[in-house]
Each structure stands twice: as structure tokens, then as C-alpha cells.
Design a protein around this ligand. Structure first.
Ligand SMILES: [Zn+2]
Length: 244
């Protein structure tokens, strides 16, 4: 490229996306004079889902801004918590985030996920159709224009991933209200109605039952839930919950 030269800097939160020499502060970037600032930022490695404001000489500009020579550009990180306007907060997770999907469901957060890989175009279309925030560690997927909204998942450890999503979006928590297998909503079920689906030991020992309104799976409170209860307790302690 051989066009206008700008000076650009990135918030520390964005350091992992940009090449090492750009992490410390302001550096020069040569643009082509027609590409938008959004495109320039993406081409330097930062998904626009992760950019908060684009500031030119201290003033916010839209991603469609075409940079001119000598402009000083600063890219901020997204505010936390981040407000996603226009729809109830719900998520769509890519094929690599199954554990995160189940944990979000456990906390009552609407988290669509399929264990087979339907491909980036289909995921992006689903995000747009169902107005779901796409969660992924794949920057290519997060660049797709069709997305309703998207967010990069910063860690590959499920414990940290849950904290990242709860801290970033502050979704209302309602533990034990959603099917961890299919994301359907749970309804209370009495023992007689679900008797045929229970194993004998379960039937004798446990009394609190819920059933998924979508797939029919039966849930009960039992000792084997202690690990899940620990996950729920920790999330509620850190992030609260309206229905807790
Ligand atoms: Zn279900």
C-alpha cells in the first residue's frame, strides 16, 4: 500500500490481537486511501467485535470513516459490561465451546450450540436470524458481516471462559432453569409424571424433579450435583443473580 500514513494505537486489552511492535504504543500504518478505518483495524488483527470506540484525533468516528494522512487513531476495548441493544441477551457458541455452552445453560443463560460443525456461514446466518451474540475463538468467524453481534472468548479454559462471558455481558443468572443438554427451559415435574424415565435408585432417593420442555430430559437434585453446584455457587457469588 502506498497511501496516507496514519498513527495508530490500541488499548492494552487488544494487545493479544496485534503484532508485537504495535503493542507498546503509537505506530505508523500506511493505508490505501479508500479502505475504511474498520477494515484497517481488522487488517491489523483486531476483530471489530473487540473494538470499543475508534477515536480519530480524540473524537469517535464510525467504522466507515476513511482515514486521511496524519490522523491519530486510538482503538479502545469494549466496555464491560457491554450492552447489546435490540434483543434479549442470548448467545450462539461455535463447535469448540461445548463445555462453555453447558455451563452457561446451567446458569440459566440462553446458549445455543450444536456439537456438529455447521460451518461459519451457517453460524453467522443463525446469529443474525435469532439475534444471538456469536461467541468464538475464531477471529475469521467474528469478522463475518452477517453476525448480529459477536465476542471473542479470551481463554481456552472453561472456568475462565464462563467468567469472561459473565463479566463482559452481565447476563441475568437463573441457575437450574435450563436444560444443559439442549438449552430448552425446565419446568417442574412431579414424580408420577416422570416415573417411567427414572432409574430405581433415583426414584427412591430424590424428590425434586424438573423436566425439559423441549427434549423431555428429567433433572433431579442429587449428591452427584456437587461439582455443578460449586460452579453455580461461584458464579452467583461473583456475578449475582436475579433468580438466585
Ligand atoms: Zn432438553
Amino acid at each position: 500500500m502506498n497511501g496516507p500514513e496514519i498513527q495508530i494505537s490500541f488499548a492494552p486489552a487488544l494487545a493479544l490481537f496485534v503484532a508485537a511492535p504495535r503493542r507498546a504504543g503509537r505506530t505508523a500504518a500506511v493505508t490505501d486511501g479508500v479502505s475504511t478505518l474498520g477494515h484497517v483495524v481488522e487488517s491489523l488483527g483486531v476483530p471489530l467485535t473487540e473494538a470499543g470506540e475508534l477515536l480519530v484525533d480524540g473524537r469517535p468516528v464510525p467504522t466507515s470513516h476513511v482515514p486521511a494522512a496524519g490522523e491519530q487513531v486510538h482503538v479502545t476495548g469494549v466496555p464491560r459490561p457491554q450492552h447489546v441493544p435490540g434483543a434479549p441477551l442470548r448467545f450462539l457458541l461455535d463447535v469448540h465451546l461445548g463445555t462453555l455452552a453447558r455451563r452457561l445453560r446451567l446458569l440459566g443463560v440462553d446458549a445455543a450450540y450444536q456439537s456438529e460443525d455447521i460451518g461459519d456461514p451457517a453460524l453467522a446466518a443463525q446469529s443474525a436470524r435469532e439475534r444471538r451474540v456469536m461467541l468464538s475463538r475464531d477471529r475469521g468467524l467474528l469478522r463475518r458481516r452477517e453476525l448480529w453481534a459477536g465476542a471473542y472468548v479470551y481463554s481456552d479454559r472453561p472456568d475462565d471462559q464462563v467468567r469472561d462471558v459473565l463479566e463482559r455481558f452481565a447476563p441475568p443468572l437463573a441457575p437450574w432453569t435450563r436444560c444443559t443438554a439442549c438449552n430448552g427451559e425446565l419446568a417442574e415435574a412431579d414424580k408420577d409424571a416422570v416415573r417411567g424415565r427414572l432409574e430405581q435408585g433415583t426414584e427412591r432417593t430424590y424428590d425434586v424433579f424438573a423436566q425439559c420442555s423441549a427434549c423431555g430430559r428429567v433433572y433431579w437434585r442429587g449428591a452427584h450435583h456437587s461439582r455443578l453446584e460449586a460452579i453455580v455457587d461461584e458464579a452467583l457469588r461473583e456475578f449475582g443473580g436475579a433468580a438466585a
